[in-house]
Ligand binder design. Structure first.
Ligand SMILES: Nc1ncnc2c1ncn2[C@@H]1O[C@H](COP(=O)(O)OP(=O)(O)O)[C@@H](O)[C@H]1O
Ligand code: SF4
Ligand SMILES: [Mg+2]
Length: 316
């Protein structure tokens, strides 16, 4: 599986105008790669995840392409996307846990979902049992209602459901955000195991928590205000970030061993610009300590060393 996203532009149409949520996003995802996708709230992470599977009625594909294994992913063509959805590309949406239907038992819900995806529930039953066991859930969860499960249990159920059809690509959007720290780690570890066992080939793990993604991801991509600002191996992003925004994110991380909440992303002064009328040039320039006259032009995303991409006039 290889995913190639090239100059993708997806806007939200609103009464006040277009929100430029993805404004020329370019990156590749290799076979087997787990990519952490990081950046402050509002930078376009969820929009990118959704764009790969389903555009909602307010989202508009303005430009750019997505290719999966060399084939075009026709994101604006609802009908043509049906065979790809959940079979090739699957998404665990942000807030999926709280979206579980409270009136349906888990087992019943899974059956209904499989039917809706054109799959005979009986054909996946053995695999379902095996995977529940693998993530440490008793088969009995199938007879329970969502409210009877803890957050961590619900998140594992959601993970199992989203990967049951062995999609090539899984996008997991903030799947650990509502969980306590030890459960977060367990869920993240199960996701890596799903990749290692071949249930999914590659994964985009969306998070605003860089310290968690560092432990599990091969690469990290950082977005800012609808643009990709940097992508490199997880090690490089954490130890030798080149983009001033990434550098600020990393230096705001708590020290190893610290349990303090302080120093998370909230620690960076200022906030990202609104995307209804985004600033021209580098979108980080109002908060960037290195900004200079050239930054009123948009810096291109360039490969500054093999596998390390950055969009900044000072790193090029
Ligand atoms: N339904 C929507 N209508 C209009 N604007 C939206 C909608 N959803 C998200 N946005 C805007 O798109 C931008 C990216 O949002 P989002 O993809 O949710 O970011 P993230 O997941 O990184 O927090 C933000 O500026 C946000 O306000
Ligand atoms: S392009 Fe300019 S404003 Fe943007 S991050 Fe680089 S130095 Fe800062
Ligand atoms: Mg989001």
């Amino acid at each position: 599986m290889t995913l190639r996203v090239n100059d993708l532009k997806v806007y939200y149409q609103t009464l006040r105008g277009d929100v430029h949520a993805l404004d020329g996003v370019t990156f590749d995802l290799a076979d087997g790669e787990i990519m952490g996708l990081a950046g402050e709230s509002g930078c376009g992470k969820t929009t990118l995840g959704k764009s790969l599977i389903r555009l909602d009625s307010r989202m508009k594909h303005v430009g750019g392409t997505i290719e999966l294994d060399g084939k075009n992913v026709p994101i604006a063509d609802e009908k043509a996307m049906v065979p790809l959805r959940y079979h090739e590309i699957s998404l665990i949406p942000q807030y999926a846990m709280s979206a579980l239907n409270p009136t349906r038992k888990i087992g019943r819900m899974i059956k209904d979902l499989m039917k809706a995806r054109g799959v005979d529930p009986a054909s996946i039953e053995d695999e379902l049992h095996r995977r529940l066991e693998l993530v440490g859930l008793e088969q009995d969860v199938l007879n329970r209602f969502p409210i009877e499960l803890s957050g961590g249990m619900k998140q594992r159920v959601v993970m199992v459901i989203s990967t049951l059809l062995n999609p090539s690509l899984l996008i997991a959007d903030e799947v650990t955000s509502a969980l306590d720290v030890s459960t977060q780690r367990a869920v993240a570890e199960s996701m890596v195991e799903f990749r290692d066992r071949g249930f999914v080939k590659s994964m985009v793990f969306v998070t605003h928590d860089l310290s968690l993604v560092y432990q599990m991801a091969d690469t990290i991509m950082v977005m800012y205000a609808g643009h990709v600002v940097e992508k490199a191996s997880a090690k490089t992003i954490v130890n030798e970030p080149k983009h001033p925004y990434t550098q600020m994110l990393i230096s705001a991380l708590p020290e190893v061993g610290s349990t303090e909440e302080q120093g998370r992303l909230e620690g960076i002064p200022g906030k990202p610009p609104g995307l209804l009328d985004p600033p021209t040039g580098c979108r980080f320039k109002d908060r960037c300590p290195l900004a200079f006259s050239k930054c009123s032009e948009r810096p291109p995303l360039v490969e500054i060393e093999p596998g390390h991409w950055a969009a900044c006039w000072k790193t090029g």
